[in-house]
Design a protein around this ligand. Structure first.
Ligand code: XIL
Length: 321
């Protein structure tokens, strides 16, 4: 008998960031993706460095594989990401040109990628992480060469290439407090008020068990007040934010993580149905989490364990749905 997964239980799409090589080569991983999720994001496959390694070369194979896989499994694909300060190939970071040449570079990349996936990728993180942690605009190559309004123009270029695509601004830190959150919300509200085609806001939600439920709920409800669709876009809940050596995954930590997953899903469920774009975890199981590499520490941030078995965190999600 078919196993019921999150996608059958949730009243909104449930997704995961997927590593294409694991999808091809690790059967337990692929089975979990197939059973549980109806929204897939490429963990790296649609980033600038992956798709556009030299000025005249585009490499579509991994991203196309993900799209075909999603079509075969009745999952949507959320595109991540067109304009980011990271994952840039050296031809971009070393690019010599005036502001018109940079404009053309950004526009060409956006429009080539969005056009390639037109009708197959229905939503995009157009701009990712434009703000510093303190809420000032990051001094990325895009900002340096194009000025702060590169963000608005990126949305316009994406919209021209696929007028039907839902376009998101994605960032982290909404749950830290008002400083960065207000900067992000002011940006998206400003774009909306100017008539720039923006349809959603992505809250990455790389969080941890020490973050108070009220901060998590405020992050989600204030995003909803923009009137845009809300995507919990990169959810994971770290158990070892202090990077302690020798930490083990105890039942106490598992229970705290379960409660935190439940609180986030409950807060998301409280949004108006039309604004609930979905919840996407960043990776599938603890064995493939990016956090272990990022923190060089032990951690278990996801709803599936190292063997792709459901954890208490999974039950916390289900209890909230
Ligand atoms: C991370 C990937 O998980 C890693 O494999 C890669 O080496 C670096 O990027 N915020 C984002 C994601 O928007 O694109 C990042 O993904 C994690 C943080």
């Amino acid at each position: 008998p078919a196993v019921t997964g999150l996608k059958q239980l949730a009243p909104f799409p449930m997704g995961a960031a997927v590593n294409v090589s694991l999808l091809k080569n690790r059967p337990a991983y692929e089975q979990t993706v197939a059973t549980e999720y109806n929204s897939l994001t490429g963990e790296n496959a649609m980033k600038f460095g992956s798709l556009h390694p030299s000025q005249t070369t585009y490499t579509w194979s991994d991203a196309d594989y993900l799209v075909t896989y999603a079509q075969q499994h009745n999952a949507r694909v959320h595109g991540h990401t067109l304009v980011w300060y990271k994952s840039l190939p050296s031809w971009v970071t070393n690019f010599q040109g005036d502001s018109a040449a940079w404009e053309n570079l950004m526009k060409t990349h956006i429009q080539t990628v969005v056009a390639h996936f037109k009708g197959k990728v229905a939503s995009w993180d157009v701009v990712n992480e434009a703000f510093e942690d303190n809420g000032t605009l990051r001094n990325s190559v895009w900002r340096q060469h194009l000025g702060p309004d590169f963000i608005a123009r990126a949305f316009q270029y994406a919209h021209e290439a696929d007028p039907a695509a839902l376009l998101f601004y994605n960032d982290y830190g909404h749950e830290w407090g008002p400083t960065k959150r207000t900067a992000i919300l002011n940006l998206v509200n400003g774009l909306k008020n100017r008539g720039i085609p923006i349809h959603g806001i992505g809250l990455q939600m790389h969080t941890n068990i020490n973050r108070a439920d009220t901060n998590l709920a405020t992050a989600i409800s204030t995003a909803g007040q923009t009137g845009l669709k809300v995507h919990i876009a990169e959810l994971d809940i770290a158990l070892n934010p202090d990077k302690k050596a020798g930490l083990t995954f105890t039942p106490e930590l598992a229970a705290a993580q379960k409660a935190k997953y439940k609180a986030i899903v409950q807060a998301f469920k409280a949004l108006p149905a039309a604004q609930r774009f979905g919840i996407t975890t960043w990776n599938v199981g603890d064995a493939d989490t990016w956090i272990r590499g990022f923190c060089s520490c032990s951690d278990w941030p996801l709803p599936f364990d190292d063997n792709y078995q459901r954890k208490p965190a999974y039950d916390g999600i289900v209890e909230a749905l």
